[in-house]
Design a protein around this ligand. Sequence first.
Ligand SMILES: NC(=O)c1ccc[n+]([C@@H]2O[C@H](COP(=O)([O-])OP(=O)(O)OC[C@H]3O[C@@H](n4cnc5c(N)ncnc54)[C@H](OP(=O)(O)O)[C@@H]3O)[C@@H](O)[C@H]2O)c1
Length: 297
Amino acid sequence: MTETNPVPVSVIGLGAMGSVLATALIENGHPTTVWNRSPEKADPLVEQGAARATTVTEAVQASPLVIVCVLDYKAMYELLDPLCDALAGRVLVNLTTGTPEQAREAAAWATHRTIDYLDGAIMATPPAIGRPDAFLLYSGSQSAFERHEATLKLFGDASTYFGADPGLAALYDIGLLTSMYMSFTGFLYGAALVGTADVKATAFAPYVESFLDGVVRGGMGQLAQQIDEGHYPDDASPLAMQAAGMTTFIKAFQDEGIDVEILQHIKGLTDRTVADGHTKAGLASLIEQIRTRRLVP
Ligand SMILES: NC(=O)c1ccc[n+]([C@@H]2O[C@H](COP(=O)([O-])OP(=O)(O)OC[C@H]3O[C@@H](n4cnc5c(N)ncnc54)[C@H](OP(=O)(O)O)[C@@H]3O)[C@@H](O)[C@H]2O)c1
């Protein structure tokens, strides 16, 4: 069953993120109850029309849909674990960043207390909340997502539900952020290298944008397909050739006295993959080494 009128929502945790989530709800006509450990952070929201809860229990009891967005899971349990039955029968949407394992443990904790648990990950900064391009990732209770989908999409219309495994949202979150960190860090390394010839990062950036757009965006689909099939056919840019190229790149960085640790790590992955016989395969085959190394304690 989907919600009809703007459903009452309680927001617990009014940091940079929780505050804008509450604002989005207030602006869209949801009766909104707010609570924060430092109570003064509720003041601007109360001015906007939110109801102030003086205790966490009061906040939870005010709404069938409870959103918690605090620093970490430790804080989340500190607040919610002592509540006894106050959360029972309600939907709890946890937008606190955590690991997949933490999300699964929280779902089990919630099931034990008959709480309908939906885990979420926010792929946006606070100013982007509510913008059409903002999106959140959800997993866990499908019925909770479907019932409150319209409300949850106020935070980001492109939000997606990934499935019943409560860890999926956190897995996608960390997978996406890892891709982001590695892409930006790659740019930083490139900028450091060209910077040795006084090339400005702003002059270098457009070339990186267009290169990534063509080569990375263009090649991602093929890489993904090879990974899924576990089959790495001969490639026009075979790994043996790429390994030799990496030796040259590392030398270029060393010549300029720039950190080479990440490049050496990638070269190590490449060398081990070649040693495993994937001489003519492309980059996708590195995933075998990446996966195997997780077994090393
Ligand atoms: N900001 C972002 O760009 C962003 C983006 C995606 C996801 N997130 C995630 O959203 C969550 C909140 O982030 P934020 O930006 O709002 O952080 P924040 O501005 O630092 O706020 C942290 C919130 O957690 C509360 N808190 C911390 N420890 C607590 C405890 N022991 N007991 C009760 N409350 C406690 C704080 O209460 P006080 O006000 O009393 O300190 C505050 O409400 C995090 O998990 C973060 O990873 C943030």
